[in-house]
Write a protein that binds this ligand. Structure first.
Ligand SMILES: [Zn+2]
Length: 96
């Protein structure tokens, strides 16, 4: 039987909807407060995602790929799907 491919759910932290005040990427340490994040997000410079299963884990868009690669490694899975919930859209990335 084929093994089920694990799915990593990451949700966009929308700066105009969140109540969080500070955003730090677990990978690169990039950090902004809410005010700056709003400006940068609106200018399409940065977006932060949160791991659905571990809401304390936040990750910037630049680090999504390396983060997913690490997760795949950790799980020892040959394949990994990353589901990005970006509000009005859902994107599935396939890592194998
Ligand atoms: Zn980062």
């Amino acid at each position: 039987m084929a093994k089920k491919v694990p799915i990593l759910d990451l949700n966009l932290i929308h700066p105009h909807e969140t109540r969080k005040r500070k955003f730090v990427c677990v990978e690169c340490g990039l950090s902004y407060n809410l005010k700056d994040y709003r400006v940068l997000f609106d200018n399409r410079k940065i977006s932060y995602f949160v791991e659905e299963a571990k809401p304390q884990i936040r990750i910037c868009h630049d680090c999504l790929l390396s983060f997913a690669a690490k997760k795949k490694e950790e799980m020892g899975a040959p394949k990994l799907y990353v589901r990005l919930d970006i509000g009005d859209e859902e994107v599935i990335l396939n890592f194998s």
